[in-house]
Design a protein. Structure first.
Length: 184
């Protein structure tokens, strides 16, 4: 927030004038958007366990072989690893949403994801499907359209945030899809 305020002050100072109505309206809009961003991050983070467990359950329902002997979710340890990975991905997506910048997601999560999944033999189609389910849930939370879990949020249009968070999930899915193409 300091950057937006600093820019307004520097701009007014360069004009040797007070901060005008246009600058104040711009700052008011900035604050409103940031409050919506914080609400979106809070909504996702508050429901992270449900988002991840529902995504993993959905992935398993679509591919029951994952929980059978030899499947990647067969033992408790493997299931726990799957849930942990989902939580890590969701956490970094929320960090990116909070910052409004995907670099933290790219640097801290996605760069190592390809190598880790390759070394462990994780089926990336299943992982990508779980991420797609998390994406749908997160977008619904950002838009506050989850019927059972409404929250009091800052009024206004959050479609730009829903599009942004969907883009972060799409980036994760793209990394997994690229991994899949290279290993065929």
């Amino acid at each position: 927030m300091l950057d937006a305020f600093s820019r307004a002050v520097i701009s007014a100072d360069a004009k040797t004038a007070y901060i005008g109505a246009d600058e104040l309206a711009s700052l008011k809009s900035y604050i409103s958007n940031q409050n919506r961003r914080l609400d979106a991050v809070n909504f996702i983070a508050s429901n992270a366990s449900c988002i991840v467990s529902d995504a993993v359950a959905g992935m398993i329902c679509e591919n029951t072989g994952l929980t059978q002997a030899g499947g990647n979710c067969y033992t408790n340890r493997r299931m726990a690893a799957c849930l942990r990975d989902g939580e890590i991905i969701l956490r970094y997506v929320t960090y990116a949403l909070l910052a409004g910048d995907a670099s933290v997601l790219d640097d801290r999560c996605l760069n190592g994801l390809k190598e880790t999944y390759s070394a462990l033999g994780v089926p990336t189609t299943s992982a990508a499907r779980a991420v797609a389910i998390m994406k749908a849930a997160a977008v619904a939370f950002v838009n506050n359209t989850v019927s059972q879990r409404k929250m009091a949020v800052t009024e206004g249009d959050c479609s730009f945030l829903a599009t942004e968070v969907a883009g972060y999930f799409d980036g994760v899915i793209q990394v997994l899809a690229n991994h899949l193409k290279r290993n065929r």
